[in-house]
Design a protein around this ligand. Structure first.
Ligand SMILES: *Cc1c(COP(=O)(O)O)cnc(C)c1O
Ligand SMILES: [Zn+2]
Length: 505
């Protein structure tokens, strides 16, 4: 809709202008640093940073009802820069002018309600939020849109040029970084570091296709991460891992969209998401907290972070009920179908610890929970979901398995409505589905396929047919008619089809 057709009172709010006073704040020493430079860790104490808007309180002056209208009307606006995560510009990188925004179609992914069969099976109303419908087919695009818009802002304001953007990845970060980097070439060049043979063929194809320089590194993600950290400390590169606080910021859009999707009523809502490097859960907690602070939502949803028993450092940390006695111990990961979350030493752990405290405190009672699920459950629930019309990846299956687990522990009640984060598209992880269907999982995965969830193509070979068509040699005439007749018959037999009553004219 054209600006002049919107109600008068909303027009001045529709197109956001740069605002706020944003600084990096260290989670260790609380030191604050200027955002005119790219910074990942505190130059004084080495801790991770978050971005804070020192003028955040200005947002509280706009009444709740006006905020609802601002976001709801913006939905109708045909302005690309506010069509993605920057619909919530006042809450995500408000200092970035709209003409620096990189929009590749990210965000506003659909919430698809499960059918009644699946809801009955799980015993609660739930939907998947399909973050696999982002441009590089994972939620990582939310954070990358933010990080690259910020970098573009630095380029446009003459503070940065000729950038080499670099990241370590379990597959999806590099796909996303390479995609967004490619949009800004030649000013930005990308290099990605992947653990050798620990990303799927699809995830490997993505950065290659976007023209990034791709390195395969021996070991697992945690090893790659150390190499990238060493590079970013010693050389002039832009780090695009979730250590980069701009990434986390963009990912807060997930919470804003869910709030808007429920017309800002977050009572009796539960969000379930997988945890890997713990950037996503950090962002989701932070997002809901900010909307709550400003009064855009009047209650905080429960959040359940899920980990596989094969990569569960965050779950283990919170097993200890006494906060004083909790101690973070990185774990050695074992092979996991939730490979994008197969991380033993999450870089955002300090952010998680801080935000879990803040969130529970603001909620007035425990609102953040952690669940652990078996590899078997992840696969079984992913396949079950997808046999009911979803496009969940293995990590989405992990969310659903986590919900089932949480139901059993009474964390989710039957009056709740649950949003499961399907963090990527099923197709990216089709190899695990194939291993399940063909019963080819190496023993370390501890997965035994259920026949009821397996599927395989059937080759149709009619018995008494001596000639079949090939690409080089098509059949003709009687041979062809015979082929069609016999093959149709074979398919019909296989499906147990009954003959139509022939109509006579
Ligand atoms: C990155 C990723 C995760 C893990 O998210 P974190 O922010 O690292 O906790 C989960 N699922 C998919 C598909 C991912 O790409
Ligand atoms: Zn510090």
């Amino acid at each position: 809709m054209k600006i002049q057709n919107f109600p008068e009172h909303i027009r001045q709010y529709l197109i956001p202008k740069p605002s706020g006073h944003v600084v990096y704040r260290c989670l260790g020493c609380e030191g604050e640093y200027d955002i005119t430079q790219l910074l990942y860790t505190c130059p004084v104490c080495g801790s991770v940073l978050l971005l804070v808007d020192l003028n955040f309180d200005r947002l509280k002056k706009i009444p709740t009802d006006m905020w609802h209208q601002i976001f709801d009307y913006r939905r109708m606006l045909n302005v690309p820069s506010v069509q993605g995560i920057y619909r919530y510009h006042e809450f995500i990188g408000p200092v970035i002018p709209l003409d620096a925004v990189i929009y590749l179609g990210e965000g506003h992914t659909p919430m698809v309600e499960a059918n009644s069969y699946l809801q009955n099976l799980v015993g609660v109303r739930f939907c998947f939020k399909n973050d696999g419908q982002n441009p590089s087919a994972s939620f990582k695009d939310r954070g990358m849109a933010s990080a690259l818009s910020y970098i573009n802002f630095l380029i446009q304001s003459g503070r940065l040029s000729d950038i080499l953007a670099i990241c370590a990845s379990t597959g999806d970060t590099s796909a996303s970084a390479a995609l967004y980097g490619a949009y800004l070439q030649p000013e930005v060049k990308s290099a990605v570091l992947l653990p050798h043979k620990k990303v799927t063929p699809q995830q490997l194809a993505q950065p290659l296709g976007s023209g990034a320089t791709v390195f395969e590194i021996p070991g697992v993600f945690d090893d790659c991460m150390k190499v990238v950290e060493a590079l970013s400390e010693q050389y002039n590169v832009a780090l695009l891992n979730s250590k980069n606080a701009w990434r986390i910021w963009g990912q807060e859009s997930f919470s804003y969209e869910i709030s808007q999707g429920f017309d800002y009523d977050m009572n009796h809502k539960v969000i379930v998401l997988p945890i890997g490097n713990a950037g996503n859960i950090t962002a989701v907690m932070s997002g809901f907290l900010k909307f709550f602070e400003v009064g855009i939502i009047d209650s905080l949803p429960k959040i359940i972070g899920v980990q596989s028993t094969h990569a569960n450092p965050v779950y283990r940390y919170y097993l200890e009920p006494d906060p004083e006695k909790r101690e973070f111990v990185p774990v050695k990961v074992r092979p996991s179908v939730a490979q994008a979350a197969m991380i033993g030493n999450p870089v955002s752990m300090p952010r998680v610890i801080q935000l879990v405290n803040a969130y529970n405190e603001r909620a007035g009672s425990q609102a953040i929970f952690f669940a652990e699920v078996e590899e078997q459950a992840i696969m079984d629930w992913e396949l079950t979901a997808n046999r009911n019309g979803h496009i969940a990846c293995t990590q989405g299956g992990e969310s659903l398995a986590g919900l089932v687990e949480a139901r059993q522990h009474g964390i989710v009640s039957k009056d709740d409505t649950v949003v499961l984060d399907a963090t990527a598209h099923a197709l990216k992880f089709a190899g695990f589905q194939e291993m399940y269907f063909e019963n080819r999982f190496p023993p370390e995965f501890e997965i035994v396929p259920k026949a009821s969830l397996q599927n395989a193509p059937r080759l149709v070979q009619p018995k008494d047919l001596d000639k079949v068509p090939t690409a080089e040699k098509p059949l003709e005439g009687e041979d062809f008619e015979r082929f069609v007749e016999q093959t149709a018959k074979a398919v019909a037999q296989e499906l147990g089809l009954r003959h139509r009553n022939k109509m006579r004219s």
